[in-house]
Design a protein around this ligand. Structure first.
Ligand SMILES: Cc1cc2nc3c(=O)[nH]c(=O)nc-3n(C[C@H](O)[C@H](O)[C@H](O)COP(=O)(O)O)c2cc1C
Length: 178
């Protein structure tokens, strides 16, 4: 079996999460080949050869980055025939915001991939300097402090556990059990 982990990242934190997911899948499914790649570098003609796909993106302004949106849209026919898991990476300020945003992102992805196995929103890394100057101005003058969160909030224990869950599913699909 072979699995593709494809991601869209603007500042690197989603890429690091994707690499961790791929590493955990290699550990959980030693007989499976796991390729981890930025979406822009994926050779889409090779997509039919993968047994399963994990696709993830950073969230900007409530949406996946355009390479990730285009990837699932343009390759929906192939992806619908495979087990697909998705993850989003954002910086919701509170847990309740996170659950709402997670649900919203999942609804958007399921419009293209109704058979999606599972979706999870992970907290990422957000530095104020990553915003364009007008974004920094808007945040400093118009958005209350409790509505923004900066720093590195990635929860590697949670990310590992999610990836291990996928690993179990993939082992079961390949007939290997757990
Ligand atoms: C311009 C911009 C817009 C963002 N919009 C959102 C958003 O709508 N929702 C959210 O949860 N996080 C948002 N974030 C936070 C990023 O999703 C978060 O920092 C993520 O970890 C970035 O991933 P990356 O390092 O792979 O680019 C935004 C960040 C930037 C720079």
């Amino acid at each position: 079996m072979s699995v593709l982990v494809a991601y869209a990242s603007a500042k690197g934190s989603t890429g690091e999460i994707a690499e961790r997911i791929a590493e955990k899948l290699r550990e959980s499914c030693p007989s499976t080949t796991v390729k981890c790649s930025p979406i822009n570098a994926v050779d889409v003609t090779s997509l039919p050869s993968y047994s399963a796909v994990v696709v993830g993106s950073a969230i900007h302004m409530g949406s996946w980055l355009s390479p990730a949106r285009h990837f699932i849209h343009n390759n929906a026919t192939v992806l619908k025939e495979k087990p697909v898991w998705a993850f989003s990476v954002g910086m919701p300020p509170k847990e309740e915001d996170r659950r709402k945003e997670e649900q919203m992102m999942e609804e958007k992805i399921r419009k293209t991939l109704p058979n999606l196995r599972r979706h999870e929103l992970f907290e990422g890394r957000f530095n104020e300097k990553d915003l364009p100057w007008f974004g920094r101005v808007i945040i400093s003058c118009c958005i209350p402090k409790e509505k923004t969160k900066f720093g590195d909030s990635r929860d590697w224990v949670e990310i590992n556990a999610w990836a291990e869950g996928i690993g179990k599913d993939i082992s079961a699909l390949s007939g290997g059990g757990t």
